[in-house]
Ligand binder design. Structure first.
Ligand code: RFL
Ligand code: PHB
Length: 389
């Protein structure tokens, strides 16, 4: 088998990259470890930056997002009883779209399959070879047979646990990490959302987030300790804890119901540099992880894919290798800004087990400054809606 770009991983990064390449007349084959249904059962991010929405439209998969997604021109931070609105639209002229990652992935699958894209599911033992030479290839097992996919370039879009990042020699890689001493317990419920804009709540019992997917589907999270077990969290316990962390008016308005999904996700910040080596280019979670507090994970993956697709298109169209050579540096500059913002939001809004009275006062002072200062709110708005590419 031969292709121009071997794409490892059929999550949002891999699918979007293959879509953008295919539309530019470049051949790509996607190798995905899981089944289509398994990939589409993941409930993850919900907030798309305006640059992400534009990229999806450019890829020809924006139609359902524009019809069903909700454009939000602001969000709230709450501190005890006070609610601070961050009106993104007014402060920086950009908005976000609330549309689930599951739906983005479904739209990409549908479009790629309709256009005859090659996406192999349930592949096993993917391994990358000769990335530092002129003839890289990927080996894998599929439907009982051993296969070899020869290519010009390999795009590692295989998430945090995939093999692509590890294919960069350890002496070249530099990893930067912060693991947070808590996780998020999230539920999805078929109930009307408590507000029409997201609320990020700082409370002495811990952080909480009110989010949504559509007018009859809500997504809520509460900060929990790393030793918490999902089976100890009945729906009633979850709703009680969420209510306790929200301002009274919001808590009173909360409509509860049975959860249709419940899971705990750990929080970490992680960046691996460089994001390319030889013929290998990393995109998305394969290269970096952010805590979900800034809603950046999926958006960063789309940003990487934007840069890499432009670089590959420039190469195949004009034989210009300049953008490929600059990919890692260009992508990392944007990644680090989002890593910083996600870390700052996480630090501002969560209860850390070793928080002292001093740390608590620092959070209160920062929230107070956001309440008092339009400049402070504008900075949050600019970061939340995402740096332009
Ligand atoms: P993905 O979505 O992890 O997709 C990678 C794909 O690669 C496949 N894969 C392999 N394929 C072939 N061979 C192998 N050996 C492979 N190993 C892995 C996987 O099966 C998968 O299909 O990475 P991608 O495309 O870079 O997209 C990134 C986003 O998914 C991610 O940044 C966000 O979802 C992060 N994230 C969240 N971000 C938010 O902004 N808000 C959230 O609420 C939010 N919740 C989450 C999250 C990530 C989570 N993870 C990774 C555990 C909740 C969770 C649980
Ligand atoms: C979500 O809706 O799942 C969501 C929204 C905003 C975040 C994180 C998660 O910051």
């Amino acid at each position: 088998m031969r292709t121009q770009v071997a794409v490892i991983g059929g999550g949002p990064a891999g699918l979007l990259l293959s879509r953008l390449l295919m539309r530019a007349g470049i051949d790509a084959v996607v190798l995905e470890r899981r089944s289509r249904d398994r990939v589409l059962s993941r409930i993850r991010a919900g907030v798309l930056e305006s640059g992400t929405a534009d990229t999806l439209r450019r890829a020809g998969v924006g139609e359902r997002m524009d019809r069903e997604g909700q454009v939000h021109s602001g969000c709230y931070l709450s501190a005890g009883e006070s609610l601070i609105r961050i009106p993104f639209g007014d402060l920086c002229g950009r908005n976000v779209t609330v549309y689930g990652q599951t739906e983005v992935t479904r739209d990409l699958y549908d479009a790629q399959e309709a256009d005859g894209a090659v996406i192999l599911h349930d592949v096993e033992d993917v391994a990358l070879h000769d990335l530092d030479g002129d003839a890289p290839f990927v080996s894998f097992r599929h439907e009982g047979g051993e296969h070899r996919l020869a290519c010009d370039y390999v795009a590692g879009c295989d998430g945090f646990h995939g093999p692509s990042r590890q294919a960069i020699p350890a002496e070249i890689r530099r990893e930067f990490e912060r693991v947070y001493p808590f996780g998020w317990l999230g539920i999805l419920s078929e109930t009307p959302p408590v507000t029409d804009e997201l609320i990020y709540a700082n409370h002495e019992r811990g952080f909480a987030l009110c989010s949504l997917r559509n007018p009859m589907l809500s997504r809520y999270y509460v900060q929990v300790g790393l030793d918490e077990k999902i089976e100890d969290w009945s729906d009633d316990r979850f709703w009680d804890e969420l209510r306790a962390r929200l301002p009274q008016g919001t808590a009173d308005a909360l409509v509860t119901g049975p959860s249709i999904e419940k899971s705990i996700a750990p929080l970490r910040s992680f960046v691996s540099e460089p994001m390319s080596w030889g013929r290998l280019f990393l995109c998305g979670d394969a290269a970096h992880i952010v805590p979900p507090t800034g809603a950046k994970g999926l958006n960063l993956a789309v940003g990487d894919v934007h840069y890499l697709s432009e670089a590959l298109i420039a190469f195949y169209r004009d034989r210009d290798r300049g953008k490929l050579a600059g990919y890692s540096e260009t992508a990392l500059a944007r990644v680090w800004k989002a890593v910083r913002f996600s870390w700052q939001m996480t630090t501002l809004l969560h209860r850390f087990p070793d928080n002292t009275g001093f740390d608590r006062r620092m959070q209160e002072a920062e929230l107070g400054q956001l309440e008092a200062s339009e400049t402070g709110r504008r900075l949050v708005a600019e970061n939340y809606t995402g740096a332009p590419y």
